[in-house]
Structures are given as structure tokens and as C-alpha cells.
Design a protein around this ligand. Structure first.
Ligand SMILES: [Zn+2]
Length: 317
């Protein structure tokens, strides 16, 4: 791989001859300088991020090799029209003037990318130029996350939790693949402004947590199916819940009519409308107790009647 020295500020805009050589390795048709817009992004780094995870330097090196030629997309969408940029060069850079939270030299993976100048890419290019699009998220696979507390990769220590005063974090070491990177709204990594997502199947709990906390999310097919099943089950539950609520409302109305017959139907509707299901339950219980005092329950009458008429009925077969 050709290595060039770049300043860490974003080199936005015009590619050099060297850039064009690299870019044209990824194109079917030879592109000219005026056809492309180039820019750089920081993909990931070795600092502990908001998920209490960090890449180690070896992982960054592996990603450096794997990300060349990979596409940059928007919001991790796999739709082909969103595959708007391509990475043509990457480099792991150590900045000794900066330290990570745990005191290491700050090391990051920088990527140089291009997009073809076109009407379709016009707004993206403007967003990059103006600094609106600057946070990116990488998507990669790893086999191992080493625990900072015990050094194991399969343990019960929870990232972010303190053990004897020491905060647990996981170090991502064994990178097996890199998929793509994406422009996103909220970064997970502190310095680099980068979020990452792993193609390891997420639990439903984690998916929901990601939606709530990260405001961005990548799901694979199985996870999407899981989420879809979960939503179906919620839908079913909400139908059941609605039915239950309606039955409570009917029961409350009936018992209101028995206990407070002077109360108008509109007034009852107004009272019941804004009650939570729990309050409705409570109301139903006390109303039906009250109603039972006014009129003994029908079932009881029947039982007594039955018992009078057929005193031996329980012994009949
Ligand atoms: Zn551990």
C-alpha cells in the first residue's frame, strides 16, 4: 500500500495525481481529477468509547488493510443508491501529543475517500465541505473482546461497571472482517467522532438500548427478523390490551348504571376516558363490590336456586 503523509486536518476537495492512481484502481472507467471529490475521515481509534470498548493497535492495523476499497454509506443503509463514497487509502496514525483515557498514545485509523461529482452526490459533497457530515461509524466483525478486569474474553464483567474501583472496559482485538463505514449523526467514540457497530447478533434488549441511547443502529437480517417478530408480538399484546381495556370500560359502565343510576352516560364516558388501565381495574373492583351490595350477583342467585331445586345435584353423574 502506498503511504503518504497527510496532515490530520480534512483534506477536502481536489485529489493529487497519487490519489487518482489509487482511486482508479476501484473504478471501471478511468476517472479524471475533475470527476471526483475527495475527503478524509477518522474511522476509529484506540480510545475507550461510550460503550466502554476500545480497539487495540493490532485491530486498527487489521482494519487499515480491510477498509481499503470499502464503501462509505449514509446511516448504515444497504440500499445501493446510498453507496456514495469509496475508501481508496487508509492509514493508522499515532499522535503522541494526545492520550487516551487510559493513558496510551492516541492512535487512530484515518481513511481517504472519494465520491463522484454528480447531481445525486451534490448535497452530500456540500455537507462534507461545510462540516455537517463528519461523524462516521464503522461496521466490522471481531472474534474477541478482552476484559480489562480479568483479561478473559468470555466473562461476566460488565463494561462500564466498577470492580474494586476499576471501571471495566473491553478491548476489541481479533478483527475478522470490515464491512463498510457510514456517516451517522451521533458518534460513540469520544475523540474520533466515530461510532461502530458489530455484526454480532444483538439481543432484543441491546437493540432497544441502541435505539434509545445511540440514535443510530445497524441490524443484520436475523436481528431485523427478531425486531419484526418482537413488533408483531407487541401488536398482538396491544390488541389484547385494548380488548381487556374495553371489557373493563363495559364493566365499569354497567356497575355505574347500577350504583349511580343518575349519572349520565356522557359523564361516565368522560370519567372513564382518561383513566389508566390500572385505575380502571381499581374502579371496577370497588364499583362491582358496591353493585353487589345493591343487587346480589346473578351467578350467586342461580347457585342458590340450583341448590334448592337439586340439593343432590353434586352427587349426580
Ligand atoms: Zn472479565
Amino acid at each position: 500500500m502506498i503511504k503518504k503523509s497527510y496532515s490530520t486536518s480534512n483534506e477536502v476537495g481536489l485529489p493529487t495525481d497519487d490519489d487518482m492512481l489509487l482511486i482508479n484502481q476501484h473504478t471501471l472507467k478511468k476517472l479524471e481529477k475533475e470527476d471526483v471529490f475527495t475527503f478524509s475521515v477518522i474511522l476509529c481509534d484506540n480510545d475507550i468509547d461510550r460503550d466502554f470498548e476500545r480497539f487495540d493497535e493490532t485491530a486498527l492495523k487489521t482494519l487499515e488493510a480491510l477498509f481499503v476499497g470499502k464503501t462509505g454509506i449514509l446511516n448504515h443503509s444497504m440500499k445501493s443508491e446510498d453507496q456514495s463514497c469509496r475508501t481508496y487509502q487508509t492509514q493508522v496514525i499515532t499522535d503522541k501529543s494526545k492520550k487516551t483515557i487510559d493513558g496510551r498514545d492516541y492512535t487512530y485509523l484515518k481513511a481517504w475517500c472519494y465520491t463522484v461529482k454528480s447531481e445525486k452526490n451534490d448535497s452530500l459533497i456540500k455537507d462534507i465541505e461545510s462540516g455537517i457530515k463528519k461523524e462516521v461509524s464503522v461496521s466490522c466483525a471481531s472474534n474477541s473482546r478482552t476484559c480489562s478486569i480479568c483479561g478473559d474474553s468470555h466473562c461476566n464483567h460488565i463494561p462500564g461497571r466498577k470492580y474494586n474501583g476499576e471501571t471495566c472496559y473491553k478491548t476489541i482485538t481479533d478483527i475478522t472482517d470490515a464491512y463498510e463505514w457510514s456517516f451517522v449523526a451521533v458518534p460513540a467514540q469520544r475523540k474520533a467522532g466515530v461510532t461502530k457497530s458489530f455484526k454480532k447478533e444483538k439481543t432484543m434488549e441491546n437493540i432497544l438500548k441502541s435505539i434509545k441511547e445511540e440514535k443510530s443502529l445497524t441490524l443484520n437480517e436475523q436481528e431485523l427478523n427478531k425486531l419484526s417478530d418482537y413488533m408483531d408480538s407487541l401488536k398482538e399484546k396491544s390488541i389484547d390490551g385494548e380488548k381487556y381495556r374495553n371489557s373493563l370500560i363495559q364493566s365499569a359502565k354497567k356497575n355505574f348504571a347500577l350504583t349511580v343510576p343518575t349519572l349520565s352516560e356522557e359523564c361516565v364516558d368522560e370519567i372513564l376516558k382518561n383513566l389508566s388501565s390500572e385505575a380502571l381495574e381499581n374502579l371496577c373492583t370497588s364499583l362491582s363490590k358496591q353493585a353487589n351490595k345493591v343487587i346480589p350477583p346473578v351467578s350467586q342467585l342461580y347457585t342458590e336456586e340450583n341448590n334448592k331445586d337439586n340439593s343432590n345435584s353434586q352427587f349426580k353423574f
